[in-house]
Design a protein. Structure first.
Length: 434
């Protein structure tokens, strides 16, 4: 270890003690309108962002434009014979706060079809990457490569008018959203299916993705459900906040979404669904794949908790009931894959874990979240490559974050620039500065 690194290691060790003391003994001390624990702890719970796109209600779950998930799914127009709404109609709802008519939805479906063709150079860029690259690297690279298509960038160069800036942001956002399914499916087929690419059929977004992935119905409904459920989660989640922050600099939608997808790729944000599935399959291996019963599962859960481990997929920082996103996917599983072995394990965990966590007394929310279910469905339909799950999450999350930055630009929200403090300053405020 070099002398600089040795000195840095020493300084880190010394500083950690100070931060721990501030959090443990003085976390409730006010720094202006917030506490020391909030200042150090990622601004958790600090109300400083504004969005009308979605709101996370502790008892109702996510509300899209004031509507719960069941209300949203029931109200939006659906393709004939399908259980889940057009994604394009959902985009209309997020942008306007209104339920589109069938005609308005189909008009938007046609608009997406016209926008959905990805420029050929994007695929050349992806092919130039090592095939071993992570699919999120490929996904993000494709988004950034398309920045040359930005209508907002051209608008800014030609003479920026603040009152009209939302128009080109809307155009960029809609272009991006229409093209993401083809990019995602291309990455999957190129990386995992020996480059057997399926041409863009130019149908509605859910059907489009399913066909390009090479998966038969009802996977088109899975795509619609998955993209809508993963679209937005208030502005404070990492990918939404990052996208908003970058857009506040007057960056276009391509730069902004790319930054948000970088946040989504972090293990504390977008990787949870694959971690839950991996854990579930480990549970099945440990139990030799036996048919799960309540008695078997209760014993296993208690052994896991008593061993100091957690049950992945249960609990939520805000929610205090079963995540409605979990419930929506559970209903799909009960209809389409009730005999699937992995789902049977998920189902049994749902039946036994909450009561056990309540009895243990440590969990604020003992109920399952969205990640407890989503990987199971993808695995059932043959998408067994864990690394790709976050790409699909990214396609869905783009809907919410792009709607948000379109409105940010429309309302002229300023450059985001919070004020920071030094550790010395915090110790002085806490009255412990030496």
């Amino acid at each position: 270890m070099g002398s600089l690194k040795e000195k840095l290691a020493q300084k880190i060790t010394e500083h950690r003690v100070r931060t721990t003391k501030l959090l443990k003994e003085h976390g409730d001390v006010k720094v202006g309108e917030v506490t020391i624990s909030q200042a150090i702890g990622g601004a958790r719970g600090v109300r400083t962002l504004v969005t009308d796109i979605s709101y996370l209600d502790p008892m109702e779950g996510i509300r899209f434009r004031g509507m719960t998930i069941p209300e949203t799914m029931a109200a939006l127009p659906k393709p004939e014979g399908k259980d889940y709404p057009y994604v394009e109609g959902f985009w209309y709802l997020l942008l306007t706060g209104e339920i589109p008519t069938e005609a308005e939805t189909l008009e938007l479906v046609e608009d997406f079809k016209q926008r959905s063709e990805v420029p050929a150079y994007v695929f050349e860029v992806l092919k130039a990457l090592p095939k071993s690259s992570h699919p999120m690297v490929m996904f993000n690279t494709a988004i950034l490569a398309m920045q040359k298509e930005s209508k907002f960038a051209k608008f800014y160069e030609e003479g920026y008018n603040k009152m009209d800036a939302w128009d080109s942001m809307y155009e960029d956002s809609t272009d991006l959203l229409a093209r993401l399914p083809e990019i995602a499916a291309f990455i999957y087929r190129y990386k995992y299916k020996d480059g057997d690419i399926i041409a863009n059929p130019k149908v509605d977004m859910g059907t489009n993705f399913a066909k390009m992935m090479g998966i038969d119905a009802p996977y088109d409904d899975v795509a619609r459900m998955y993209f809508i459920l993963h679209s937005d989660h208030e502005s404070g989640n990492a990918s939404a906040h990052t996208t908003h922050l970058v857009a506040s600099t007057l960056s276009d939608a391509y730069y902004s979404l790319s930054a948000g997808m970088g946040a989504l790729a972090g293990p504390l944000h977008g990787l949870a669904n694959q971690e839950v599935l991996r854990w579930l399959q480990g549970v099945m291996d440990k139990l030799d794949g036996v048919e799960p019963t309540e008695e078997i599962m209760k014993k296993f859960v208690w052994e896991t908790l008593n061993g100091g481990q957690v049950i992945p997929g249960f609990g939520h920082a805000v929610l205090r009931k079963t995540d409605p996103r979990y419930q929506s996917q559970r209903e799909f599983c009960e209809k389409h894959l009730p005999e699937d072995k992995i789902f049977k394990y998920v189902d049994m965990l749902y039946r036994v874990v909450p009561d056990i966590l309540v009895e243990q007394g440590k969990a604020k929310n003992p109920w399952p979240n969205v990640d407890a279910q989503s990987g199971v469905i993808q695995w059932f339909y043959g998408i067994t490559e864990y690394d790709f799950y976050t790409v699909m999450f990214g396609v869905g999350r783009a809907i919410g974050v792009l709607a948000n930055i379109t409105w940010d630009r429309a309302l002229g929200y300023p450059l985001e620039r919070p004020k920071s403090l030094t550790t010395d300053m915090l110790e002085d405020i806490a009255g412990i500065k030496k």
